[in-house]
Design a protein around this ligand. Sequence first.
Ligand SMILES: *Cc1c(COP(=O)(O)O)cnc(C)c1O
Length: 422
Amino acid sequence: MNYSIDSGMYPLGSCTMKYNPRICEEISSWDKFSCTHPFQDYSTIQGNLQILFELERMVCDLTGMDYFCLQPAAGAHGEFLGLLLTRVYHESKGESHRTEVILPDTAHGTNPASAAMAGYKINEIPSNTEGTVDLDILEKTLTNNTACFMLTNPNTLGIFESDILEISKMVHKAGALLYYDGANMNAIMGEARPGDMGFDIVHLNLHKTFSTPHGGGGPGSGPVGVNIKLEKFLPIPRIGKKKDGTYIFDYDAPESIGKIKGFYGNFSVLLKAYIYITLMGKDGLKEASEIAVLNSNYMKQKILESGKYKMTYKPLRKHEFVISCEKLKQEKGITAKDIAKRLLDHGLHPPTVYFPMIVMEALMIEPTETESKEDLDRYIDALIKIADEDPEIVKNSPINTSVKRVDEVGATKNPILTWNMI
Ligand SMILES: *Cc1c(COP(=O)(O)O)cnc(C)c1O
């Protein structure tokens, strides 16, 4: 009764559910790594520290940032760190009046949540008719009180913000910082770098793009990269390398914001990213992104050609795309949720639904590079078939699963997380 990324497609938009090479799992479970004790003296864990040191250089290279902190345990944790760095940066310049964070209405929910947790006021701006940042509105919204503008590129509609250099110029002219939500890095690895686009702070989701199974609350990793002007504020310890080649935990950073995580991040996830990046190489990562984008556009095109679903914004997509079930809702009363449930009957995992919120009855599909054309075709066929099925069947789905429609509110408010097998 289990379904996993190994048994079939798992096209949860924004989540980058892709096949994770087994070798990453195997190596990271070796005793030499898994039995390292967090209180061990640094002289006995030189290999581990070397991996962290080198991984930091690898992700700097990939993103165009100057320095990285590998400690945050998730994307949202990375965002929180990035915003704390934003705050000390402005304070250090005597600009603590910058208390506002701007973000587009396509932003992932964690962006405003992290900004609020870091004590910021949130100012959400509407996207233009192309589904991208509206430069006029951004310009008018940027003030002397703006601390930073948070953006993901490509955005959550899967559209590349091609005005990014102009956006960067505007944000910096206003004295604010530009924050990159790097959870969508799977679209641009080896093709484009946030550092080159003018971003000051970047977080990556290693558990999405760089080979760690995720979902269900397993360990994650959301490293944060910065450019040189923010370096001195990064959390301690940093991973240092002495002249004699010894790796150390470096606590010598008087202006650091301090600790952000116990010990040093989720080492096994960092290790898997290190293995994955080494395994793929620069060219391999680039190719992975190219295939992810190709798969996404292939699916988008086929689904649109069927005429059953609509897309609000037209341009070419990157790693993901968002279609709307509004037409089906109007004509047959079938909602995005019904489609998602019916996909279960076809043996397929549903896509992300109802996000981003600016698309009505949204299905957000991210096929990733590790799916074959046969699997993409199967998914496309299922979506088209469901649109033509008897609406009553679709509305009462799933019917082939052991559990039918569940009480989702109840499951959230009163979760029972154990199951007695007898
Ligand atoms: C997943 C995601 C995040 C948050 O990452 P977590 O590791 O789940 O905290 C932030 N932004 C975007 C665009 C994402 O897809």
